[in-house]
Design a binder for this molecule. Sequence first.
Ligand code: KIV
Length: 281
Amino acid sequence: MSATAGSKALTPPDVAACKGEKPLVCLTAYTTPVARLVDPHCDVVLVGDSVGMVLHGLQSTIGVTLDMMMLHGKAVRRGLEHALMVVDMPFGSYEESPEQAFRNAARVMAETGCAAVKLEGGEAMVSTIRFLAARGVPVMAHVGLTPQAVNAFGGYKVQGRGEDAQRIRHDAFAVAEAGAFAVVLEKVPEALARRITEEIAIPTIGIGASPACDGQILVVDDMLGLFGDFRPKFVKRYAELGETASEAIASYAREVRERRFPAAEHVFADAPETVKGGETA
Ligand code: KIV
């Protein structure tokens, strides 16, 4: 039996109802401990297919599989009580037909206990979003820069500048009309994000799309400074945990080489002793 969303967890309708009421706080998570950290602060926790790049060292999200999403989804489920959990549908798992999308989304929901899935694409995904929404699969859409189409775009470029704005507006309208409960707007100019946010009835969640959006999402490893030297303009680093970890590991290595670790307090005596906290070691 898979875990299911707890009764205290936010639902897709709760998140949709935040439109115009309060900013939506969203982050990614891929593991139980990180899910526990972000849950008290977030409205939405996304098990993003960015997991492939962030945790598995892939060059893009294209190689991410349904099994990877399922494994990380199950781990995140165990760490959430409050936030709405959304799982990304990976490249190749939903584009073929609405039926393929339903089959795989149903598996993801049943096995991970998530309450919604996210898929990339605008106009081209309308019939799929409509099919899923009508069959009990809440869909978060994703338009603008859609990383699974990196090869078609020729890189991770800003989308919707100048005349191209109309294409992204059309995509956002189309997914909202098809029944998505929210839409991620990635890497689009501020004026366009503002216009879309004012025009559509569902919340826009921005990443590199300005404060004009109804909410914001970041990859948690990026904002914690854990993902190497990746410093795109739209990411604010709220901590430098990578540097802190690197210093800690260097200290450990030095102390082992100098035979300063383990120290007396880390060593077991011959006879059992009572240690701090009352346990017997
Ligand atoms: O895969 C991901 O993490 C995402 C978000 C950052 C929007 O799609």
